[in-house]
Write a protein that binds this ligand. Structure first.
Ligand code: ADP
Ligand code: ZN
Ligand code: ZN
Length: 788
């Protein structure tokens, strides 16, 4: 009976799909007869859409159209093709992406596209297959059969070669090594000596990497306590628990991660580890390969599309149960996850900086929460939000684990600020990028045979005005935020409240004329260094090196092996690396970070300096850090020099509270982009009006029904229950007020209540659309990392 029932069971005839475009709704397609039964949840489908084809994802299957639907069956289009035999997306990832899209007020289809490693959304990538040859007969059988009709010399040679190669070789290998054509192999196959078959070839991101030897370490007491707590949580199978592992640089966090992952595997569960963009060094990946062997899959943006596809499929098929990867690896289709680790959890590279916006750290916590896994957020400089969440008492969302000392009791590097105002004066007002003190230190370090890292903090395009004499920057009257210089208008503008003023000729504080437009002049620093130190082998690491495949790996390996003396680079070299022979780190122009008109600029500077200081003196020798600044009094620098996280936190959290910033307030940024400034203004104005209406509506009607939100798995914990108001700021020109030929205007929303903020936003977006606002030009970002 059951068999018969199964046979007669109708196969789904309709599929609902979401598409990778900024449209919130799902679409229904008809499944043509031959494809019925082939489509599963998460399948990629080729679909006719308007005049073109589009790739969409199956999210629901129906045997019949639902009764209450307004879909007209006769107008439905057919699915054009099913792309994968086995969907790349698992049901768990479907649910996670749905939650993520909803949490970030984004689009499910776009989130699914972003969830697949770059290049996998489009259907081009396939498994790579090659012909291989396998020996079939035993030695005895060979003799017997061969006696019937003798083998040729070539055929015997091939069999012998196969035997010495473990009975299996690639077809092309045999042809090359035996120097034969295809025909003797085919004859052997016909006579039943060998079998020719097709094999998937794995494109291995590490290739034939030499693996480091594994040294058995004994954990120190603090590491052991941290590991024990994590392992205990893992033992409670299926129970969610979150940890913040706060360990100073060089305290041995990695060793804790690795053992915790081992503990997860021992409990027959899989492990996922996220690392910042650049931290996935060739050195670290090889170390993991040495520990976890074939079970580790590596996912990052520097892989070729083929490598990415193979790694992803190995995870999907259960061949890899340890995954190490950057941001989008949080969506890796691992089953049965026991442990999720986010290393350097504060790192900005976890944030996707274009639509769909998401923060992989927060998605990782949610993923653990949804699947009953343990999540460990690790950092030497936790994000303000994370540390706040780890405070005992009512914010105690995370259990706090602390590693307070460096391994072997090594001291932290000796850090010192160099006051560039004095250097400037001593040089008679001449522009100097490198202070004599730093130059001397480089010379000394090199003379000792040690290595040097020079960090050039050159991020951001924004310019601000700095007085060279007194170190003053010019701030907004309302916002306590540095004003941004807009060259074209020659004005200083606040990007939060639109306040503007004429750009000054002299310093408003000390009337000095030495105003300096920070953001210029560091370009040729590498050349300057090369000229000053001709005998040093210097390499540069920046975004350009990042994009050339293999080059970055090579530079880092060379530096590790001592084939380079100095690394010059942007902040990416500040993170995660463990180079024991580096005893000097110099930081040039740290002020660019401090002056960025952003709520997190102090936090970022503190993190950067602490991290970069952590790169020095990691081996037997002690290290030095020299930080050039026009701003030596700044609290971020003062605390960073002492590696005093708690001191910094205490000061910064007061500032956040006073100015109504996270973690006390939830922020949303709405960017309105358009090639035509008038149209951008028009859309922004409509949006602002509908926001005001929505805010008034909420205030006037506290009974306002909560919007039903798809995938709202959270019954209150993440949403502050509140009463509070929503504040709207803007529209004002964004810091990058014109980009890629588009004007950018920004509106900021602030509220103590996540729910209030989202309800207001959702209502306002609907309202704006009905008032004719062009929604394609509107980009919403929840919890923006920066407001630029
Ligand atoms: P972190 O990630 O906290 O900055 P690492 O994990 O890179 O620190 O550890 C710093 C160095 O200390 C590494 O070279 C690591 O191999 C070594 N190390 C870690 N734990 C131990 C230990 N228990 N005993 C000896 N060496 C250790
Ligand atoms: Zn001044
Ligand atoms: Zn302002």
């Amino acid at each position: 009976m059951p068999a018969r029932a199964a046979k007669n069971k109708p196969q789904p005839a309709y599929v609902e799909v979401v598409l990778p475009i900024p449209i919130r709704r799902a679409f229904t397609y008809r499944i043509p007869e031959p494809m019925r039964g082939q489509i599963k949840l998460g399948s990629r489908l080729r679909l006719p859409f308007g005049k073109r084809d589009i790739i969409g994802y199956a999210i629901e299957l129906h045997d019949e159209l639902p009764q209450d639907t307004d879909v007209d069956e006769t107008k439905l289009k057919n699915v054009a093709a099913v792309i994968d035999d086995e969907p790349l997306i698992t049901p768990e990832i479907l649910k996670l992406t749905q939650w993520t899209a909803d949490y970030y007020a984004s689009f499910w289809g776009e989130m699914l596209k972003a969830a697949l490693p770059a290049g996998l959304h489009a259907e081009k990538v396939r498994a790579k297959r090659r012909k291989a040859v396998r020996l079939l007969r035993t030695a005895d059988a060979l003799v017997r059969i061969a006696s019937e009709k003798p083998l040729t010399e070539q055929q015997e040679f091939i069999i012998e070669m196969l035997r010495t190669n473990g009975g299996e070789m690639l077809f092309t290998e045999i042809i090359e090594q035996a120097d034969v054509g295809a025909s003797p192999i085919n004859t052997l196959a016909r006579r039943g000596f060998v079998e020719v078959y097709v094999q998937d070839v794995r494109r291995d991101p590490l290739r034939e990497a030499e693996l480091p030897s594994r040294d058995e370490l004994t954990l120190n007491a603090e590491q052991q306590i941290a590991l024990d707590e994590i392992a205990a949580a893992l033992k409670k199978d299926g129970e969610y628990k979150a940890f913040l592992l706060h360990g100073v640089t060089g305290s041995g966090k990695t060793e804790v991660y690795v053992r915790a992952m081992q503990a997860a595997l021992d409990g027959c569960r899989s492990a996922l580890m996220l690392v910042p963009e650049i931290a996935l060094t060739p050195v670290f990946s090889r170390r993991l390969r040495a520990i976890f062997g074939k079970e580790v899959a590596i996912l990052h943006s520097n892989l070729s599309a083929g490598e990415r596809y193979d790694e992803w499929r190995r995870i999907r098929l259960g061949e890899a149960c340890v995954v190490i990867g950057t941001r989008s690896a949080v969506f890796a289709p691992l089953e049965n996850i026991g442990l999720v680790i986010v290393d350097e959890e504060h790192d900005a590279s976890y944030r996707q900086h274009e639509s769909p916006f998401y923060n992989a750290r927060d998605v990782a916590v949610m993923r653990a929460n949804m699947t009953g896994a343990v999540v460990v957020l690790g950092s030497a400089t936790p994000a303000m939000e994370s540390y706040y969440n780890a405070q005992a008492g009512k914010h105690g969302k995370y259990t706090y684990l602390h590693l307070t000392t460096r391994i072997h009791g090594r001291s932290l590097a000796d850090a010192k600020l160099i006051d560039m105002r004095e250097v400037f004066r001593a040089a008679g007002g001449k522009d100097v990028a490198l202070s004599p003190e730093l130059l001397t230190a480089i010379r000394e370090t090199h003379a000792r045979g040690d290595q040097v890292i020079i960090l050039l903090n050159r991020r951001g395009f924004s310019q601000f005005v700095l007085c060279r004499t007194c170190g003053e920057t010019i701030k907004c009257k309302n916002c306590d935020i540095t004003l941004t210089f807009h060259r074209r208008e020659n004005k200083l503008i606040c990007h939060y409240c639109s306040y503007r003023e004429q750009s000054p000729r002299v310093c408003p504080k000390c009337v000095s004329e030495y105003l300096y437009f920070v953001g210029e002049g560091t370009e040729n620093l590498e050349d300057q260094l090369k000229k000053k130190f001709p005998s040093m082998r210097i390499a540069r690491v920046d975004r350009d090196t990042m994009t050339r495949r293999g080059e970055l790996d090579q530079i880092l390996l060379d530096f590790q092996a001592g084939r380079l003396d100095m690394l010059v680079g942007t902040q990416m070299i500040a993170k995660g690396h463990d180079f024991p022979n580096v005893t000097l780190v110099g930081v040039v122009s740290v002020d660019i970070g401090l002056g960025l008109p952003d709520l997190r600029s102090a936090e970022r500077t503190f993190q950067l300096i602490t991290q970069v200081a952590g790169r020095s003196g990691r081996g037997e020798k002690s290290g030095r850090v020299l930080i050039q600044t026009y701003y030596p009094e700044h609290y971020a620098l003062r605390h960073a020099v002492r590696q005093d996280y708690k001191g910094f936190y205490a000061e910064e959290i007061r500032y956040r509270e006073r100015l109504a910033y996270p973690p006390f307030f939830v922020l949303a940024s709405i960017m309105i982009k358009h090639r035509d400034l008038a149209k951008a203004m028009r859309n922004a104005t409509i949006l602002r009006r509908s926001l005001d209406t929505a805010v008034r509506g909420r205030a006037g009607n506290s009974e306002l029904p909560a919007l039903r939100r798809r995938g709202d798995t959270d019954s209150g914990s993440g949403w502050l229950v509140d009463s509070s108001s929503v504040r709207t700021l803007g529209p004002a020109p964004a810091s990058l007020s014109r980009l890629k030929n588009e004007y950018r205007l920004q509106i900021i929303l602030k509220s103590q209540s996540r729910r209030a903020l989202r309800e207001t936003l959702d209502i306002a977006l609907l309202g704006a659309e009905s008032l004719g606002c062009d929604m394609r030009s509107v980009f919403v970002e929840i919890d923006p990392v920066n407001l630029m």
